[in-house]
Design a protein around this ligand. Structure first.
Ligand SMILES: Nc1ncnc2c1ncn2[C@@H]1O[C@H](COP(=O)(O)OP(=O)(O)OP(=O)(O)O)[C@@H](O)[C@H]1O
Ligand SMILES: [Mg+2]
Length: 509
């Protein structure tokens, strides 16, 4: 007797189909699993024997061989347990062949017969649906996560007994209702109206949020840099469905899905502490896991007190920031995680914090200031499109009772500019102006003659790098989008170039 059950495997974020083929023959009882299975998969023999025993189900009294096909791809972890259990039930005659033809099974089986949650259910369910499965059986704790995918019936299985009852006794498991995402969730945290003064920094963050540009806030202690950063989520544009799925995939693989909100619909905001390790920031580990930069995919990675991060950790960020993905190589293979983020960094200009302050004297020597600033390398600085000074707040601003503009009003403008970008980049992989690829630059960033002249002057006066040139153009594109202007005008170029002057003030020496 020969049966087949569909399962799914995972490398990095990529799911791949696996078929558990089973053959039972009337030889001396034995149970083998073959097909490039690692130790965790082979241990499934003991888990399943014990699970059948403790649940009061008879284990096949035959020689049973399970092959996990394709046999040339390495299978890891415990995710195939449920498919193998279903195959054993077929050998016992409890599940009919026709009943599982269009079904996939994923989940870990415990010694007691419970079905335990596994990682990566979302990408695996998406693949099952694409491959034409009409049903998927997943651990009950993962059911909400799988229900994000439409066009496939999701059954959350709590234990082995319920699975057998579903097929054999027709005591059907209630399918998980399809999850209806809410993209209008309000961000909690700080509101821009509570921040006094800082008009320039607020405008800079508005432009950064609208186009997804990396930004750096620099200023003395207590000027509101951390406060501005905390308020940023309240003005970020809504995620598109594709962006939400792509961000949720990362959390699914990291095993960090909240069953109450299985689809991530507000942009992630990750703020790792400066003691974070390089692996924690970019991903890694013996069993590779996504790092903070991938958990911030399609959202914001906020690095407060930037110079305090280890130089190594920062330098490793350079490539993922540019490419929008991180590749991690391990003995077992290579995995790639997405890392398309908006980087926001905040820092003081020197150890005491008052270098360049209009009224207070900086107590650090020139050498100390230079050492401090040199912790941020030139190439990293070049990747920060918008540099903005969060100057000390004036007394008159602080004492004023007037509320500043609320986040909701700023968010409306940001959203309108992002809607223009979504239309512009429809059908491409580009999500916002910051991610415009070099081949699209000339098509998308069309300037008036005055703007061209302005850019030429800036380029020559500042001695800009080619990257800085592109970045100024992209930021100018966003400034134009915020005004719903088709062409980039000279005032947009001047604003964008203004965001590149601070490196000259602080890093020029
Ligand atoms: N612009 C502002 N408007 C209103 N309150 C402010 C402002 N700036 C600072 N504050 C007050 O000061 C506190 C500290 O601000 P915040 O932590 O943002 O400063 P910072 O610039 O990050 O300082 P540091 O460089 O020391 O990290 C805030 O919690 C807030 O109470
Ligand atoms: Mg701070």
């Amino acid at each position: 007797m020969f049966y087949k059950v569909k399962s799914m495997g995972l490398t990095g974020l990529n799911a791949f189909p696996v078929t558990a083929e089973i053959e039972g023959s009337s030889e001396l009882p034995d149970f083998q699993i073959i097909g490039l299975a690692d130790a965790a998969v082979r241990e499934c023999r003991e888990r399943l024997k014990s699970a059948f025993r403790t649940t009061g189900l008879n284990f096949p009294e035959q020689r049973v061989v399970v092959n996990l096909a394709p046999a040339d791809v390495r299978k890891t972890g415990t995710v195939h347990d449920l498919a193998i259990a279903a195959a054993l039930c077929m050998v016992q005659g409890w599940i009919k062949k026709s009943a599982v033809e269009n079904a996939a099974f994923i989940g870990e089986v415990s010694l007691g017969g419970e079905i335990r949650a596994v990682r990566g259910v979302l990408p695996m369910t998406i693949l099952a649906q694409k491959l034409g499965c009409s049903e998927i059986f997943v651990p009950a704790d993962n059911a909400a996560e799988a229900s994000v995918v439409s066009g496939i019936k999701v059954y959350g299985v709590p234990d082995l007994r319920t699975l057998v009852a579903h097929f054999y006794f027709k005591k059907k498991i209630t399918p998980q209702p399809e999850y209806q995402p809410d993209f209008e969730q309000a961000a909690d945290g700080c509101d821009f109206c509570d921040i006094k003064g800082q008009e320039l920094a607020k405008r800079a963050l508005e432009v950064a949020a609208a186009g997804g540009h990396n930004a750096l806030l620099i200023g003395p202690p207590g000027s509101g840099k951390s406060m501005l950063a905390k308020a940023l989520p309240s003005i970020l544009p809504r995620m598109t469905f594709d962006e939400a799925i792509s961000a949720t995939n990362v959390y699914s693989v990291a095993g960090e899905i909240d069953p109450e909100h299985p689809l991530i619909t507000s942009r992630p905001f990750r703020a790792p502490h400066h003691t974070v390790s390089t692996a924690g920031l970019s991903g890694g580990g013996t069993i590779p896991r996504p790092g903070e930069i991938s958990l911030a995919h399609n959202g914001v990675l906020f690095l407060d007190e930037l110079p305090e991060f280890s130089r190594n950790a920062l330098e490793i960020l350079r490539q993922p920031l540019e490419d929008g993905k991180v590749t991690i190589s391990r003995a077992a293979g290579t995995v790639t995680y997405p890392s398309s983020v908006m980087l926001l960094a905040a820092m003081n200009p020197c150890p005491c914090g008052y270098y360049g302050h209009p009224t207070r004297k900086c107590t650090c020597g020139a050498k100390k200031v230079e050492n401090y600033l040199s912790r941020i390398s030139g190439p990293l600085l070049d990747r920060l499109d918008i540099h903005c000074e969060a100057a000390a707040v004036e007394f008159s601003d602080l004492a004023s009772k007037e509320k500043a503009e609320p986040s909701s009003a700023i968010r409306e403008r940001v959203q309108a500019a992002r809607d223009i970008q979504n239309r512009r980049f429809a059908g491409t992989d580009i999500t916002c102006n910051a991610k415009i690829t070099p081949d699209m630059m000339s098509e998308v960033c069309v300037m008036t003659n005055d703007a061209k002249d302005a850019l030429k002057t800036v380029f020559e006066a500042f001695g800009l790098s080619a990257r800085a040139y592109d970045k100024i153009l992209k930021v100018a594109r966003t400034a134009a989008d915020l005004e719903n202007s088709e062409l980039i005008e000279d005032r947009h170029i001047i604003e964008a170039a203004g965001y590149r002057t601070l490196d000259r003030k602080y890093w020029a020496t």
